[in-house]
Design a protein around this ligand. Structure first.
Ligand code: XMP
Length: 494
């Protein structure tokens, strides 16, 4: 019998509390929502869940453009997941330093296939020594007839008067050259005329349109990827080879030998790659992950909207208390933030967020960023199928522990496989569901960050740090919760 069994008996979640409005001199439009995670700055502190109905390359690209970051799910072969990383990294660039090129003897059919597969509108043509000899763009082949596709690209490429610039040309100089010559692509070449990079109008425009995007030092969008506990080294190697920005050990229970070992394997092999360990909900869980080398810790067990872990296993922790306890533990593990300050290991609150108010509360409890599945699953960029039901549009959203998802490769997330005569059987810890179709991600993210800004205004918090340190919460009753939502009216539109 554990004599202390009931000592820490009560834990709270989002709906149990409200932020107490405090003295405020800040306007929502002026607050700073920037957070720094393992050296990665996010101007929008949102991370998309590593779920197969949430984060593949299209959503990761859109979210990074809005200042957040996506974590690519792992219900994919190693090659396919690495390919998804590559797609995000190629979606936008300051300078493309390894441009895709073709040789002059390639056929138009080769060029068409290459441009279609990589979604690019032109390709530099280089001789076998890598020297730039021309450029082939959509314009050069627009009116090609059926029979011409086995002809050589050298017959169609532009080679006279090619505008190039030397290696080291800045984006501003490139912008001027692109404008002066009314061209779309500027190849960068070394003294020997070898192709060393490419700057495109499209990339420059993307930077101007989305100034808050989450970019790596080479101007590419940042992206994370999930990893399990079974193929750690091989998956990590492929993802890091594709230049992923950080890895997430994606499991339902992170205070386990398997997860601790996975963190240690990655940090031993690739100490420079930031790793998020998880999920945990206790002080001991945070300590164990950080001691194994995790740079950040993800918090939440059973809070997700599609989770049945608490029903099936009877285990979990209401999310506000989990964040608070883990953030308190993180304060005892200081890391350098890159600006010479020592800061607690960042805490990522994962699961249970259904409204922007929950995001505000997660920060007040001590989170440094929030991971969302449900709140993003309905957007155009999410992979789920669109369905029309009774005149309303929905998108599929399923737990990674649901029976459907566990037929894929993420089954080790739950460690519930039991050898049966017909093979491994799993106990589902999630449901297959659907959420309301929500339109474009950018619109939805601006609603969520608008709510966060508004909450910061009520709290009088100019930064997320202020939300952590200066804000009070009040516990509410069932009657308070009822009062918090629209009541005693027939809601016509929300
Ligand atoms: P939301 O509330 O945003 O939560 O839908 C997303 C998070 O839920 C976790 N997750 C699961 N948890 N069974 C679980 O117990 C599942 O099938 C499942 N699938 C996802 C995960 O942490 C995700 O980020």
């Amino acid at each position: 019998m554990n004599e202390e069994l009931f000592d820490h008996f009560e834990a709270l979640t989002f709906d149990d509390v409200l932020v107490v409005p405090g003295w405020s001199e800040v306007l929502p439009a002026e607050v700073q929502t920037t957070t720094v995670l393992g050296g990665i700055e996010l101007r929008t502190p949102l991370i998309s869940a590593a779920m197969d109905t949430v984060t593949e390359a299209p959503l990761a690209i859109s979210l990074a453009r809005e200042g957040g970051v996506g974590v690519l799910h792992r219900n994919l072969s190693i090659e396919d997941q690495a390919d998804q990383v590559d797609r995000v990294k190629r979606a936008q660039s300051g300078m493309i330093d390894r441009p895709i090129s073709l040789h002059p003897g390639a056929t138009l059919a080769d060029a068409e296939e290459l441009m279609g597969r990589n979604k690019i509108s032109g390709v530099p043509i280089c001789d076998p020594d890598g020297r730039l000899v021309g450029i082939l763009t959509n314009r050069d082949v627009r009116f090609c007839g059926e029979g011409e596709f086995d002809r050589k690209v050298s017959d169609f490429m532009t080679s006279e008067g090619l505008v190039t610039a030397p290696v080291g040309t800045s984006l501003d100089e490139a912008k001027q050259l692109l404008h002066r010559h009314r061209i779309e692509k500027l190849p960068l070449v070394d003294e020997a005329g070898r192709l060393r990079g490419l700057i495109t109008v499209k990339d420059i425009m993307k930077r101007i349109q989305k100034p808050d995007a989450t970019l790596d030092p080479r101007g590419r969008l940042r992206v994370g990827a999930a990893i399990g506990v079974t193929d750690v080294a091989q998956r990590a190697e492929a993802l890091i080879g594709a230049e992923v920005d950080f890895l997430v050990i994606d499991t339902a229970h992170g205070h386990t030998r398997g997860v601790i070992d996975a963190v240690a394997i990655i940090k031993k092999g690739w100490p420079e790659v930031p790793v998020i360990g998880g999920n945990v909900v206790t002080r001991e869980g945070v300590d164990a992950l950080v001691e194994a080398g995790a740079d950040m810790v993800k918090v939440g067990v059973g809070a997700g909207s599609i989770c049945t872990t608490r029903v099936v296993a009877g285990a979990g922790m209401p999310q506000m208390s989990a964040i608070f306890e883990c953030a308190r533990a993180a304060r005892e593990h200081l890391v350098a933030d890159g600006e010479g300050n020592a800061r607690p290991v960042p805490i990522i609150a994962d699961g249970g967020v259904v409204s922007s108010g929950d995001i505000v509360k997660a920060f007040v409890a001590g989170a440094d960023a929030v991971m969302v599945g449900n709140a993003l699953a309905g957007v155009d960029e999410a992979p789920g199928d669109l369905e029309l039901v009774d005149g309303a549009m929905w998108k599929t959203y399923r737990g990674m522990g649901s029976a459907g998802a566990m037929r894929g490769r993420a089954a080790d997330r739950y460690g519930t496989a039991q050898e049966a005569s017909g093979g491994a059987k799993h106990v589902a810890e999630g449901v297959e569901a659907r959420v309301r179709y929500a339109g474009a991600l950018s619109e939805l993210v601006s609603q969520l960050t608008g709510g966060l800004r508004s909450g910061m205004g009520y709290a009088g918090a100019a930064t997320l740090d202020d939300l952590h340190h200066r804000t009070r919460l009040v516990r509410i009753t069932g009657a308070g919760l009822r009062e918090s939502h629209p009541h005693d009216v027939d809601v016509l539109r929300d």
